[in-house]
Design a protein around this ligand. Structure first.
Ligand SMILES: *[C@@H]1O[C@H](CO)[C@@H](O)[C@H](O)[C@H]1NC(C)=O
Ligand SMILES: *[C@@H]1O[C@H](CO)[C@@H](O)[C@H](O)[C@H]1NC(C)=O
Ligand SMILES: *[C@@H]1O[C@H](CO)[C@@H](O)[C@H](O)[C@H]1NC(C)=O
Ligand SMILES: *[C@@H]1O[C@H](CO)[C@@H](O)[C@H](O)[C@H]1NC(C)=O
Ligand SMILES: *[C@@H]1O[C@H](CO)[C@@H](O)[C@H](O)[C@H]1NC(C)=O
Ligand SMILES: *[C@@H]1O[C@H](CO)[C@@H](O)[C@H](O)[C@H]1NC(C)=O
Ligand SMILES: *[C@@H]1O[C@H](CO)[C@@H](O)[C@H](O)[C@H]1NC(C)=O
Length: 406
């Protein structure tokens, strides 16, 4: 167990990877690659209204993965200018690439085909901001990759502000920006530094969010997530400011502290969000595949060497905690009662099947590996994040469906 500890979301490697990918990004601004997304294959050429009607009645989250190597992946890993080395599995040696070829197919309908140009049109003069942890960052990278190939190199840029907390992809021609804001717990914590957030004891200021929120409150589309950082028995909660002598510190159990944080978040939204302007989304728990015995594998194994999906319908891993999902649902329900609609992107179930979709050992290693690790690769396999192209692309196709048809 201790050996796999380094894979906890947000331990240094994850962070450093953003940092390094940012550095890479900055140094590769104006990279001269023009890739035009050629939209071949028009299997989904539904007439707009018909699609709209069928989608509004359809449960987008219950369905199956269909092998489709004609249309998928939607972009090529090597061609995405802003790909992260944390997620570039092919670049880091993965040989079985079928994880890139799956399309999510809801039972009752087909998802609309992702059209980057249409999305950029929709985002003209607008900001779409992803706010959350490294899983959410992965979804943001996926979104950037999905659209950036239809933007010529001289008309796109990536920059970082707010001490590295806010990353901004911009398509100049459209004045459209797709951004990621690092706030793994949404509320303030001692892990808010996007680079140095490895702390011995995680402490959260469960009633404070404004330090983060001022960067995204006026966005046009907001996509939140937060889960994995709460997945521990209890958390230190600080009432008062960091470094303040008379603050009050208490340990609070997982469910309760999660709820407190989400209440702070929802209260903020209720008061500050312009209902006429901003569309809100919350992405549900991203499943992990760290314990192979949960899907019938050997005890002690994990996603390392997995190349196939889990085929058992309704498979649900122990790392995805239904009571945490209930907390989110209740908070969103209450917000609805207060006139604010936050759409849940319920990606947990569909991602549960994808035990083969994680980077495993095929990503940049920020720390040199020890002899011991090298002799037993599963000890350093990342079974939390997702390879790109891959599962988060489907989350974005779902987001796309909501943006256009709901
Ligand atoms: C898709 O997969 C099938 C079956 O594996 C293969 O015969 C075909 O050549 C593949 N097509 C593409 C475009 O890769
Ligand atoms: C994508 O959207 C653009 C802008 O709405 C449209 O002109 C184009 O025909 C669409 N492409 C496809 C393949 O549907
Ligand atoms: C460009 O987009 C931003 C939002 O990101 C908006 O505030 C600004 O007004 C836009 N500029 C123009 C010229 O429309
Ligand atoms: C950036 O970090 C420095 C040092 O921690 C801090 O003083 C400053 O207020 C931060 N700036 C922003 C925009 O968060
Ligand atoms: C939102 O739109 C409605 C109807 O167009 C309008 O009556 C209301 O004043 C708007 N609210 C805000 C906060 O702009
Ligand atoms: C999942 O967790 C529950 C409760 O912690 C435990 O009873 C069950 O055996 C676990 N299942 C597996 C497959 O590990
Ligand atoms: C999300 O999906 C899970 C399982 O697939 C289900 O139990 C839950 O009720 C769903 N939540 C919402 C808000 O749709």
């Amino acid at each position: 167990m201790a050996k796999t500890q380094q894979i906890v979301v947000g331990s240094t490697w994850g962070v450093r990877s953003i940092f390094q990918s940012l550095v890479a990004t900055l140094t590769t601004i104006l990279v001269v690659t023009a890739i035009y997304l050629t939209q071949e294959g028009e299997e989904w050429s539904h007439e707009g209204n018909k699609l709209h009607n069928s989608l509004s009645k359809c449960d987008l989250f219950s369905g199956k993965w269909v092998y489709d190597n004609e249309s998928y992946p939607l972009y090529k890993e090597q061609q995405c200018t802003f790909m992260s080395d944390q997620l570039a599995c092919e670049k880091f040696g993965r040989k079985d690439l079928s994880y890139q070829n799956w399309r999510w197919k809801p039972h009752q309908c087909d998802l609309p085909r992702f059209n980057a140009t249409a999305l950029l049109e929709k985002l003209r003069n607008k900001r779409m901001v992803f706010v959350g942890d490294s899983l959410n960052r992965g979804q943001w990278v996926s979104m950037v990759c999905l659209v950036e190939s239809s933007v010529p190199p001289t008309l796109k840029s990536m920059r970082t502000i707010a001490n590295g907390s806010l990353n901004i992809f911009k398509a100049q021609e459209y004045n459209a920006s797709i951004e990621f804001y690092w706030a793994p717990l949404l509320v303030e914590s001692n892990s808010d530094d996007p680079v140095n957030h490895r702390v011995p004891e995680r402490t959260v200021r469960v009633q404070a969010i404004e330090k983060h929120a001022r960067y995204w409150t006026d966005a046009d589309i907001l996509v939140f997530n937060t889960f994995l950082w709460w997945r521990r028995r209890a958390m230190n909660v600080l009432w008062g400011s960091f470094g303040e002598a008379n603050g009050v510190l208490k340990r609070v159990g997982m469910i309760r502290v999660y709820e407190m944080a989400l209440r702070t978040w929802s209260d903020w939204l209720e008061v500050h969000i312009d209902r006429n302007k901003t569309n809100l989304f919350f992405v549900s728990m991203s499943p992990t595949h760290q314990k192979a015995h949960e899907w019938g594998g050997a005890r002690g194994d994990n996603c390392y060497k997995e190349t196939e999906q889990i085929t058992k319908e309704w498979y649900w891993g122990n790392g995805s905690i239904p009571s945490m999902m209930r907390v989110v649902e209740n908070v969103l329900q209450d917000l609805k009662g207060r006139g604010l609609n936050v759409e849940m992107l319920n990606i947990t179930q569909l991602s549960e099947y994808r035990k083969e979709g994680h980077p495993s050992i095929y990503r940049k290693q920020w720390e040199p590996l020890t002899e011991e690790q090298l002799s037993n690769p599963k000890t350093y396999a990342d079974c939390i994040h997702w390879c790109l192209p891959g599962v988060p692309d489907a989350w974005n196709e779902l987001l796309y469906a909501y943006i256009f048809h709901r």
